[in-house]
Design a protein around this ligand. Structure first.
Ligand code: AHR
Length: 347
């Protein structure tokens, strides 16, 4: 437990240092609930210098490239947020959905440019593969705002900002919570997200770093469930059969956590009790599952990117400097604050 204890110590020390805040403190603490609107950690640069245009945002057409299907509430809430912010800004919005296919996202972005997009908001699927699309956007003089995940590219050249959660930190928080719930004795199944996505890489890294060297905290199985509920269920059915001693599940999103609950119940287990379950996102289904006791916790990821994406775009087009990295505040939701979070922030 030394490493996890040290991590907690580091966070506590950071909390005591003048002018510094842990992520939970910056978000108002786990007990304070979340507002529906995104909140952000302080930004300190680096920045991209804006390019002044005489056109107003209201005269423009903005293309939105969504990465995955909207059966996941994270995706539908994200798209709704972009649509309603576009409407508020009087912008004509073009929409494309890559349906989890990287080549489609590349062609979607090219298509949005040829359909007349003056600016782009892109939710990247994978952590690389969009370079040609960025080049096409640059050649057409179209600024790109990245939301929700990172992808390879040069800031200020390929994209003007990247707005997302701190996924490494989310993985660390999930590990700490599992350690707490199992008294540092966990046989863990990990349900990973989309292979090759920056969010999967970071959530895995944060979690693994936090349990490194902890003799009582073992990952006994780790497999992708593609961020999809049905896949999470199917994978969990196999994992629990092969490893009946699993007593904790780290699902890298809530959809897979809900799938895992179904699988564990069919296998005769009591999720939330003999198998602790932590998810990530903060969906309504997960929050309800925490309230009923089927699930133990989730780390929020607020998908309401619309207002901030358009604000940055407006500032950039007014010739102002914009931060290259903007980090959304997240919080841990447990039985203690689930009711409050359900009313204020879940989706
Ligand atoms: O990039 C954010 C992640 O992608 C969300 O946690 C997940 O639900 C989505 O598929």
């Amino acid at each position: 437990m030394a490493v996890l204890a040290a991590l907690v110590m580091v966070l506590l020390v950071a909390a005591c240092a003048p002018g510094s805040k842990t992520e939970e403190q910056a978000s108002g603490g786990a007990a304070s609930g979340a507002s529906a609107q995104q909140e952000f950690l302080p930004t300190h640069g680096p920045y991209c210098q804006g390019k002044k245009t005489n056109e107003s945002l209201a005269d423009m057409t903005v293309g939105f490239s969504q990465s995955e299907e909207e059966t996941n509430p994270f995706r539908s809430t994200e798209s709704d947020s972009i649509r309603s912010a576009a409407k508020q800004n009087g912008v004509k919005l073009l929409y494309a959905n890559a349906q989890s296919q990287e080549p489609k996202q590349l062609s979607d972005i090219r298509d949005l440019i040829s359909r007349g997009a003056d600016a782009l908001i892109v939710a990247p699927l994978l952590e690389s593969g969009l370079q040609d699309a960025f080049t096409a956007a640059r050649e057409a003089g179209v600024p790109v705002v990245l939301i929700d995940r990172q992808t390879a590219g040069t800031p200020c050249k390929d994209y003007i900002t990247n707005i997302q959660s701190n996924f490494v930190r989310q993985g660390q928080v999930a590990a700490q919570e599992i350690a707490k719930l199992t008294n540092n004795k966990a046989k863990i199944a990990v349900l990973e997200g989309t292979p090759g996505a920056s969010v999967t890489i970071d959530r895995t890294k944060g979690f693994e770093d936090a349990i490194k060297g902890e003799s009582g905290m073992d990952i006994v199985a780790s497999q992708t469930g593609n961020f999809v509920r049905a896949d999470g269920q199917q994978v969990m059915e196999q994992l629990i059969q092969a490893n009946p001693n699993i007593n904790a599940v780290y699902a890298q999103n809530d959809e897979m956590a809900i799938g895992a609950i179904t699988a564990l119940k069919s296998a005769g287990k009591t999720p939330g009790k003999d198998v602790k379950i932590i998810g990530i996102d903060g969906t309504q289904d997960a929050t309800q599952a925490i309230i009923t006791g089927d699930m133990n916790a989730t780390v929020t990821t607020n998908p309401r990117f619309g207002p901030e994406a358009f604000k940055v775009l407006k500032e950039y087009l007014a010739g102002k400097k914009v931060p290259q990295n903007i980090r959304v505040k997240d919080e841990l939701v447990t039985k203690e604050n689930a009711q409050q979070y359900l009313k204020k922030g879940s989706y």
